[in-house]
Design a protein around this ligand. Structure first.
Ligand code: KG4
Ligand code: ZN
Length: 346
């Protein structure tokens, strides 16, 4: 069964064809990074407009590359930006109606989980899943039959958002996560100590806004304007140029920031895995590309699976993969399908 998947929940317009939820026949992603980079974050109105521009050529390319008959169309229903979701959903409805094929709505977070299951079908459930991206930092216990229990989540910024905001305030380009990840190995991760947030209620919830504010205070306590301005002036710098433009104290700050984020995430992986007796752990979402996180996770005594980097960030192959078991269970939708900006997985 060949499913065309569509993803337009944030700032990537993506289409993919996946056979039987396993084999990726094509996966096309049009990124809007260039549109949003001068704002240092995603601008919703611009995102919808870019999705409208990109969706037809992206789908055409995915269909041409796969070159197979399409049996169903799957689309991200949420969570995400409502204007962005609408573009994918409207396209998917029209496509399903015109071809007389089923329409399958998919939760974006279930998609991120299937980005791992797609490549690691041997992963046994129940499993612990950490979805960590620019919009989410959520821990779930995943069971068979689409049952998910939310274990903890961030109360404020997502981890990727914290990376992007810290990078922006230090004068690096958007998205900052990959840049800070590449610079972190050159600094001392123990140089700067961050106070961790104390949580009322669920003590295992996360908070990253305090760490971001601590970085802001750190920069304010130093005379960094010239240093930051010099980095902002760089045009598409190489890693060597970025490193040359980053004095050692700033490298140490970046390394300490990264170490703190990784510890916040993996300390909870340890607690949940032990408390709930889960040995299979799935880590997915854009921040799952982080080299430091991957290396530290591999040292834990669990079966930890990450998607390959191109399936870690937003894509449509994960949507088509997640749709397959949903379709088999009869979870299809009609022409009244609406976006759910706050679609919860649990
Ligand atoms: O999953 P994704 O493509 O989109 C969302 O659903 O948010 O994730 C994008 C986020 C951005 O915040 C980006 O900075 C972050 O993932 N990211 C990283 C790395 N690669 C991407 N953060 C830290 N280290 C990385 N290597
Ligand atoms: Zn995502």
């Amino acid at each position: 069964m060949n499913i065309l998947g569509l993803e337009s929940s944030c700032d990537e317009t993506a289409a993919a064809v996946v056979s039987d939820g396993r084999q990726v026949l094509s996966s096309v992603v049009a990124s809007q990074v260039e549109t949003h980079e001068r704002y240092g974050g995603v601008v919703p109105e611009l995102a919808s407009r870019e999705h409208l521009r990109a969706i037809v050529p992206v789908v055409d390319q995915a269909l041409a590359q796969a070159n197979v008959p399409i049996d169903a169309v799957a689309v991200t229903q949420g969570p995400g930006l409502v204007g962005s979701l609408l573009v994918g959903i409207t396209f998917a409805k029209a496509f399903a109606m015109a071809r007389g094929i089923p329409l399958i709505p998919v939760n974006h977070l279930e998609g991120h989980i299937h980005a791992v299951l797609l490549e690691h079908p041997e992963t046994e459930l129940p499993a612990l899943a950490l979805i960590v991206s620019g919009g989410h930092t959520h821990f779930y216990r995943c069971e068979a039959n689409f049952r998910y229990e939310l274990l903890s989540r961030t109360r404020d910024d997502a981890a990727g958002e914290a990376y992007d905001k810290v990078a922006k305030l230090l004068g690096y380009a958007y998205p900052g996560g990959p840049i800070l990840d590449q610079l972190a190995p050159f600094g001392n991760p123990k140089a700067v100590k961050f106070t961790r947030a104390k949580m009322s209620g669920n003590s295992l919830d996360l908070s990253f806004s305090g760490i971001k504010t601590a970085v802001l205070r750190w920069t304010e306590a130093r005379d960094m304007q010239a240093e930051v301005a010099a980095r902002r002036a760089l045009v598409r710098p190489t890693l060597a140029e970025l490193r040359a433009a980053t004095p050692q104290p700033t490298l140490d700050l970046i390394a300490s920031f990264q170490a703190t984020i990784i510890d916040e995430l993996l300390s909870r992986v340890r607690v949940f895995a032990e408390d709930l007796d889960l040995t299979n752990v799935i880590i997915s979402g854009g921040v799952a590309c982080n080299a430091g996180l991957r290396a530290a996770a591999r040292r834990l005594p669990y079966d930890i699976s990450f998607p390959t980097p191109k399936l870690s960030t937003d894509n449509a192959a994960m949507i088509a993969a997640a749709a397959y078991p949903r379709f088999l269970a009869g979870h299809t939708a009609g022409p009244d399908l609406r976006p759910k900006a706050n679609f919860s997985l649990a």
